[in-house]
Design a protein around this ligand. Structure first.
Ligand code: SAH
Length: 235
C-alpha cells in the first residue's frame, strides 16, 4: 500500500515537472555552462538572457527535446535556428546595452530577436519568408515582448525608417556586406555578419569616425541570404 502511494506521488511529481517545463531550466543551465561559458562568452547580461529565454518555445514541436543541444535545428522552409553558441557569440560581439536600438536580418524562429529584446531597448527584425515572420510575431505576442517589431521584406535594404542602429545582427549569409546595412549603422555602432558563399567568415564591422573597420572572427555556416543580393553585384 505504502509503495503504491509512493509511486503515485512520484508520478504526480514527474507530471508536474515535465508539463511545467521545469526540466528545461536545467537544460538551459547546462547549455550555458558547457557550450557557451566554456567557449569563452563572458558578458553577464548575455549569459543571463540565454538562461532566461525559453528556446524550446521557438523550435518545432518534434525537436523540442533537442532545443538545448549544441547544434542548429530545422525550423521549416529550409531554414534553421542557429546553434546556441553562435547566438551567444554574435550577441556578445555587438555589445548590447539597455538603451540600444538594434536591427536583425533573418528573423527565422525569432529566438535571436527575443535574446536581443532582453538586452536592448528596441529590436527591429526583417524576414523574407512571410510564414516565418508571422509565426515569430505570434510567439513574441504570446511571450509578452513589446519591444520587437517584425517586418516581412528583403533585409538587404535593412530598415531605413528606424535607422541608424547601435547594433546589427545578420543571421543569413550574403556574399558581400550590403551597402544599406553599412549606411544604417550608427557612428560607433557594431554589426556582426556571416560573409561568403559556401565557406563563410563571421565578420565584426565597426563604424569609427565614419570609417568601417572589419575583423574576422571565426568560420561559420549560415543559410544564404536570398532576394536582391542574388541579382545585385557588388560595385
Ligand atoms: N535568427 C534566426 C535564424 C534564422 S536562419 C533565429 O534565431 O532563428 C536565417 C533566416 O534568414 C531565415 O529565416 C531566412 O528566411 C532569412 N533570410 C534569408 N534571406 C533573407 C533576406 N534577404 N532578408 C531577410 N531574411 C532573410
Amino acid at each position: 500500500m505504502k509503495l503504491k502511494i509512493l509511486i503515485v506521488i512520484l508520478a504526480i511529481f514527474q507530471f508536474v515537472y515535465v508539463s511545467a517545463d521545469i526540466h528545461f531550466v536545467k537544460f538551459r543551465q547546462k547549455m550555458v555552462e558547457k557550450q557557451i561559458k566554456a567557449r569563452g562568452v563572458k558578458n553577464k547580461r548575455v549569459l543571463e538572457a540565454l538562461l532566461k529565454v525559453e528556446r524550446h518555445k521557438f523550435v518545432p514541436k518534434k525537436y523540442k527535446n533537442y532545443s538545448y543541444e549544441d547544434y542548429p535545428l530545422p525550423i521549416g522552409y529550409g531554414q534553421t535556428i542557429s546553434q546556441p553558441y553562435i547566438v551567444a557569440l554574435m550577441t556578445e560581439l555587438i555589445e548590447p546595452s539597455p538603451h540600444d536600438r538594434v536591427l536583425e536580418i533573418g528573423t527565422g524562429s525569432g529566438y535571436q530577436a527575443a535574446i536581443l529584446a532582453e538586452l536592448c531597448k528596441e529590436v527591429y527584425t526583417v524576414e523574407i519568408i512571410p510564414e516565418l515572420a508571422n509565426q515569430a510575431e505570434k510567439i513574441f505576442k504570446e511571450l509578452g515582448y513589446k519591444n520587437i517589431k517584425v517586418r516581412i521584406g528583403d533585409g538587404f535594404y535593412g530598415w531605413e525608417e528606424y535607422s541608424p542602429f547601435d547594433g546589427i545582427i545578420v543571421t543569413c549569409a550574403p556574399e558581400y556586406i550590403p551597402e544599406p546595412l553599412i549606411k544604417q549603422l550608427k557612428e560607433g555602432g557594431r554589426m556582426v555578419i556571416p560573409v561568403g558563399d559556401y565557406f563563410q567568415e563571421l565578420v565584426l564591422v565597426r563604424k569609427v569616425k565614419g570609417k568601417i573597420k572589419k575583423k574576422k572572427i571565426i568560420p561559420v555556416r549560415f543559410v544564404p541570404m536570398k532576394g536582391d543580393i542574388e541579382r545585385i553585384k557588388k560595385d
